[in-house]
Design a protein around this ligand. Sequence first.
Ligand code: GLA
Length: 346
Amino acid sequence: MSIRVKEFGKTADGRTVSIYRITNANGAYVDVLDYGCTLHSICVPDKDGNLVDVCLGYDTVAEYEANDGYLGAFIGRHANRIGKGKFTLNGIEYTLAVNNGPNHLHGGKKGYDSVVWATSVASDRLLFSYTSPDGEEGYPGNLSLSVIYSFDDDNALTLCYDAICDSDTVVNFTNHCYFNLNGAGSGTATDLLLQVHADAFTENDADCLPTGNIIPVEGTPFDFRTPKTIGRDIEADDQNLKNGSGYDHNFVLRGEGMRDVCVLSSEKTGIVCTTATTQPGIQIYTANFLTERKGKGGATYHSRDAICLETQHFPDAVHHDNFPSAILKKDEEYHQETRYTFTVTK
Ligand code: GLA
């Protein structure tokens, strides 16, 4: 594995953004920005051995700053929604930035996706660090974070998140990569095959906020226990799908500890992406709100041209005692890991 760095551009307020290329022994590579620890490109071999970029992104910092959608970004302090942007911890009510209808989404108006992270390069990994100050976007406690990316010779991209806080707080980190295994910018991702090792999902209201109900997938369009195309049931007459304009739901993953949780594959390129994680949930988001826009290399992206596999704690866990807790206690060490491994079928 080798890592080289180049300047990518500057933010509107003059911060320099760098792009790091991690190349493995086979010539496959991942490009990462220090702006939001953003996965910018993931170039892996298809069934004929040609490199295909399977990750959506933009050519300029200005586009990352101007557009919504969090393409490729690391998300925190709390991924997905917190109802009404309020929660109570140790008897104190905290008020967060509200940036998605009535709710708080993906860390608020200035989440970790727009931070330019301090970066250090080791021979086998890229390390990003940031201290999120007490009160940032309304969250309690000074939170020290490290995000580590590595890409090995088996085309496995590993994302490790560690954090510690000087008071009790809530945390939920994810990565918001938009995958299209047919190739980024090649059109719809609805023909990709998806399997998710989940027997249930969390029901959403019309604002995509969990109601607290955990629904078995059996007999619903959310049953991905055996592989099916993303598009097969996406237009089914189902209130949960209507609420998300497609899939935008947290699946309750089987098991615990680092385990395989979902498999995405393309019949066109033969590329298979297996996701493993330590996290309890995954937001399967079919890019329903990816409005038409210009992407990398002159491509045009549209709604449903990608899928996000956002490993996470359940959204709004702070309001639902039946969800795994997203509270991080003072001085407790937070650690989560997610690995996307790219292979091919012949
Ligand atoms: C998450 C949310 C979606 C949407 C996207 C970003 O996946 O669940 O509703 O906000 O992020 O566009």
